[in-house]
Design a protein around this ligand. Structure first.
Ligand SMILES: Nc1ncnc2c1ncn2[C@@H]1O[C@H](COP(=O)(O)OP(=O)(O)O)[C@@H](O)[C@H]1O
Ligand SMILES: [Mg+2]
Length: 362
């Protein structure tokens, strides 16, 4: 029997996918994911999340849903939820209240991931290195906050509730108090009354790491970005796939892979991650590694970096999505269908060298 999957997303027409709607899925991405779910032998129900009431109404028309595959970051009719760090949790709470389990990290973990100050505090408590930082609220006396912190210019300033580089550009690197103030004002103008984070600027190489949960944690081949990628802004991320031949890929045969594997798995556990997470790690000038971002709902499309990592192992986008679905179903105590298991059989073999049972690791 097929698994019945409710696919929940936020989608707006391509011309509206800027600013606060920058993280919404395009129609193309929704189609790609829909096709992937169908290819894995699932029965699929589509839901573009506009408001809690609408989500509950749509769910009430459906029966026996096994799992909600939720890439929605909030509700379209409540645009604040899409970027203020609250949406991923709210949408999960609404769906779970209807008795349907949700994919990806749970409500608490999402709360940690979607607020970078919480992410940093949580990781730091587990001994995982994160940049020194302080938070800024509207109306704060930035100069005295800086003086009270132990960090020094240059700093990097970003919204705490970020995602997909909303509010991030080359101007995020600030060399002095004037620049810090100017950038803080401009972010408050763009995003309203949000929390900002000022943190140590890390000038070294950046890595992005895809990790899948389960008894064995699987870390996909890791992307090391070219050194000339100074700041990965929303615009530059959109074009990254075009210069992929310049990316360095760390496989499980590379010792740096296992160093990053340990950071990734520790971070995954620290935020109570589930199913799939992508995190960004950056080096400082001394090549020390720091986690700068943990994404609980990483981008999933045919051109996403996670897909690129999977394709490096000859695993297709469709297989990747169903590996995630199968893991999520199992995590909720639901048996994936034979159709799905057969569909991902080869992919699982290819992933064998990319994981280990973390607690048994030396
Ligand atoms: N402390 C930092 N030092 C240098 N660059 C940074 C720092 N923090 C973020 N960046 C740059 O900004 C990009 C986006 O920041 P990130 O924290 O990952 O937010 P988002 O959630 O928007 O992806 C990163 O990929 C990186 O290129
Ligand atoms: Mg990021």
């Amino acid at each position: 029997m097929k698994n019945r999957i409710l696919f929940v997303y936020n989608s707006v027409p391509i011309e509206e996918r800027t600013g606060i709607y920058g993280e919404c899925a395009s129609v193309k991405t929704v189609n790609q994911l829909h096709q992937a779910l169908l290819a894995g032998g699932n029965e699929v129900f589509l839901l573009n999340a506009r408001s809690p009431v609408q989500v509950i109404e749509e769910i009430s028309k459906l029966e026996n849903i096994d799992l909600a595959f939720v890439i929605a970051e909030g509700f379209l009719d409540e645009p604040d939820t899409l970027y203020d760090g609250s949406g991923s949790q709210k949408i999960r709470a609404v769906i779970q209240s209807q008795g349907i389990p949700t994919s990806h990290t749970g409500i608490h973990g999402m709360e940690v991931c979607r607020n970078k100050d919480h992410t940093y505090e949580t990781l730091r408590m587990r001994g995982i290195k994160v940049p020194g930082f302080f938070t800024i609220q509207m109306g704060d006396d930035i100069e005295s906050m800086y003086a009270a912190s132990s960090i020094e210019f240059p700093l990097f300033i970003k919204p705490a509730g970020g995602g997909n580089s909303v509010g991030i550009s080359i101007n995020s690197i600030v060399d002095d108090m004037d620049q810090l103030r100017t950038q803080a004002i401009s972010l408050f103008e763009e995003l309203g009354d949000v929390t900002l984070i000022a943190e140590t600027y890390l000038s070294g190489q950046e890595f992005t790491i895809g990790i899948m949960g389960g008894i064995v944690k699987t870390v996909l081949p890791i992307i090391a970005f070219p050194m000339h990628y100074r700041v990965r802004s929303h615009a530059s991320k959109g074009k990254e796939y075009k210069d992929r031949e310049q990316f360095q890929i760390l496989t499980s045969e590379d010792s740096r892979y296992w160093q990053l594997y340990d950071i990734a798995t520790a971070s995954f556990d620290a935020v109570e991650g589930r199913d799939i997470i992508r995190l960004e790690v950056r080096e400082d000038a001394n090549k020390e590694l720091y986690v700068i971002d943990v994404n609980g709902t990483p981008s999933l499309s045919e051109s996403a970096s996670l897909t690129y990592m999977a394709e490096y192992l000859d695993i297709s986008f469709k297989e990747l999505i169903n590996v995630i679905i199968s893991g999520s179903l199992k995590d909720h105590g639901i048996k994936p269908s034979i159709l799905t298991e057969e569909f991902i059989d080869q992919a699982k073999i290819k992933l064998r060298a990319y994981g280990r049972i973390v607690n048994e690791a030396v």
